[in-house]
Write a protein that binds this ligand. Structure first.
Ligand code: PMP
Length: 366
């Protein structure tokens, strides 16, 4: 096959590796039913109310959506309590991360600061845009090293990324610590707080820096409809950011990346308190259950503020992952995060959680 030239950084690019789909697992292992607890999706599935809205708008899909989704932006602004000019919606929050790099990176000059064992998109986007990726070490129990992040930043640092709650460790950064960090960063540096799992923190007021928007001009918060709102397959997320950054992003972006059904579904999802609250109740209950039960099976667990739990089984993680897979249960081994001994499991329904723990007990002989 003829190989055409690409940019040097693309030739050695390490791709994002999503887990296998349920259909593929069924095929590979000859299974009829599969429980997927690997991608932090909503345990309740898609909201019935939202499904009806999607069906109702299906006939409109020959039309282009409205660029920048202003109706959805207005609903988000209302629900979060920020001005609409601060909100940009994207094809998943992944697209907002991508756009932040694309509008800010000066290849060969800029750098970003992240911490070890974090979400891989930040590194991917840095590599794609010729940005130096700086990684700060974490404490022995994976504490978020916020104090060290400011030290690693300099006048060429365009962004500092904090995932709160963190994927895959489940740790969350307190609003006060985030405010301190925002206050000591270099003048041209944005503090990007990736809040993909913010809906699951408790108590909520202690964790999101969005209320500090008035005090700091350098905050960006990233949120998603993929988790608590159950819309991962439709791809909708958003960023809350300084109005000037939002304006540049909107001016330079590819049009129509949030499709018409995604916009309608997200508007309906914001209004569907019943589904949202039920999701939170199921996740918080399941999280407690995992945190209590996993140690009984000899696993080490870390406290979690997200819809998943990270644990270290008393047996090689790869072996545990494979054995669970053969029993039709998919979890996420964390070798790609540099945590080869660990596994991440997201909260499912009560039945799924019990099935997972029963299978794990059998594998561990506990
Ligand atoms: N940030 C983090 C920390 C995530 O774990 C994820 C989901 N894998 C995302 C962002 C992207 O979410 P979305 O589906 O909105 O692109």
């Amino acid at each position: 096959m003829k190989d055409f030239s690409v940019r040097p950084e693309i030739r050695d690019f390490e791709p994002y590796t999503p887990g296998l789909t349920i259909e593929r697992i069924k095929e590979l292992y000859g299974l009829d039913t599969v429980i997927k607890l690997a991608s932090n999706e909503n345990p309740l599935g898609a909201s019935p109310v939202v499904q009806k809205v999607i069906a109702r708008h299906a006939a409109r899909t020959f039309r282009y959506p409205e660029n920048h989704s202003p109706r959805l932006v207005a609903e988000i602004a209302r629900s979060v309590g920020v001005p609409a000019e601060c909100v940009v919606v994207g094809n998943g929050s992944d697209e907002i991360i991508d756009m932040l790099f694309r509008i800010r990176a000066v290849p060969g000059k800029s750098n970003v600061v992240c911490y070890e064992h974090c979400f891989s998109m930040y590194r991917m986007c840095a590599q794609l845009t010729g940005v130096e990726y700086r990684e700060v070490q974490r404490g022995a129990d994976f504490e978020l090293p916020l104090d060290k992040m400011a030290e690693a930043a300099d006048e060429n640092t365009i962004m500092v990324f904090v995932t709160s709650p963190d994927n895959p460790t489940g740790q969350a950064a307190g609003v006060e610590d985030l405010s301190v960090l925002a206050g000591v960063l270099p003048p041209d540096c944005l503090l990007v707080v990736d809040e993909a799992y913010i809906d699951f923190v408790w108590p909520p007021e202690s964790y999101t820096p969005v209320q500090a928007f008035d005090r700091f001009e350098n905050l960006v918060a990233l949120r998603t409809f993929s988790k608590a709102y159950g819309l991962a397959g439709l791809r909708v997320g958003f960023g809350i950011m300084p109005p000037s950054v939002a304006a540049h992003m909107k001016n330079s972006r590819i049009p129509f990346t949030v499709n018409l059904l995604a916009e309608e579904a997200a508007i309906a999802a914001l209004d569907d308190d019943t589904f949202y609250n039920e999701t939170l109740a199921v996740v918080m209950h399941g999280r407690e259950y995992f945190l209590n039960e996993l140690p009984r099976l000899g696993c080490r667990v870390w406290p979690s503020q997200a819809n998943f739990v990270m644990f270290e089984p008393p047996m090689p993680a790869r072996q545990v992952f494979e054995s669970l897979l053969k029993r039709g249960i998919i979890v996420r081994p964390l070798a790609s995060f540099g945590l080869g001994a660990m596994i991440r499991v997201n909260v499912g329904t009560d039945g799924e959680n019990r099935a997972f723990l029963a299978a794990l007990a059998e594998i561990l002989g506990a």
